[in-house]
Design a protein around this ligand. Structure first.
Ligand SMILES: Cc1cc2nc3c(=O)[nH]c(=O)nc-3n(C[C@H](O)[C@H](O)[C@H](O)COP(=O)(O)O)c2cc1C
Length: 189
């Protein structure tokens, strides 16, 4: 599949088939992820691939954390919906910023932003490589509602950036609308 087809066909998938993803396919999408450019070629990413009972435990942890936040009066928005998708997807990839979390000064904010952009590029590569293999993905930041709990569970002290649910799609959603190009781009000729 050429890159334009992958870009145009990709959708966020929230229903997955009960079908495992071969390790070789997971390795290939990760190989695409790490081909992304990164500021100073720091490659500030780390991927933890979670499946089976580990994934169930992780989702349980996230649901408990979200319920606790709600009881404390903190809205967790779409967190439980995302947790449902994570439970159904056969594979979950957690993405960490090995150079995070951000320190509180201007120079470090700049470096942090560079690293987050690099990781965003890697995640998008991963999504497009999955699409090229007829795999569906959901980019999930709702893991933030349980970032401390998840990191403690994994024994990590760097920064959780996102998760990607991966599996064979059980749905073909309509494309979500985009603001028109003329509203978001300007030309200075
Ligand atoms: C940084 C980022 C975070 C996202 N977090 C979530 C999430 O936590 N839960 C969810 O269901 N979708 C999440 N999404 C998916 C978006 O809702 C989706 O990309 C958007 O609605 C456009 O739809 P499309 O991906 O099908 O084009 C996220 C997407 C991005 C890029």
């Amino acid at each position: 599949m050429d890159v334009n087809s992958a870009i145009n066909q990709r959708r966020s998938i929230r229903k997955f088939k009960d079908k495992p993803v071969a390790s070789v396919d997971i390795e290939e999408v990760l190989a695409a992820a790490i081909k992304a450019p990164s500021g100073k070629n720091l490659q500030p990413w780390h991927f933890t691939i979670v499946s089976g009972q580990h994934k169930d435990d992780l989702v349980d942890l996230m649901v408990s954390a979200a319920n606790r936040r709600e009881q404390e009066g903190i809205s967790t928005g779409s967190c439980l919906g995302s947790a449902r998708v994570m439970r159904q997807a056969p594979v979950l990839i957690l993405i960490y910023n090995t150079h995070g979390p951000p320190q509180n000064n201007r120079e470090n904010h700049y470096l942090w932003s560079v690293n987050i952009q690099s990781i965003g590029a890697a995640i998008q590569n991963l999504l497009l490589a999955a699409e090229a293999r007829n795999l569906g993905t959901l980019w999930i930041c709702d893991v933030f509602f349980a970032d401390k709990e998840i990191s403690r569970w994994l024994g990590r002290d760097d920064e959780l950036v996102a998760a990607v649910a991966l599996g064979y799609p059980e749905e073909i959603p309509e494309p979500r609308p985009r603001r028109p190009l003329e509203k978001v781009a300007e030309w200075l000729k």
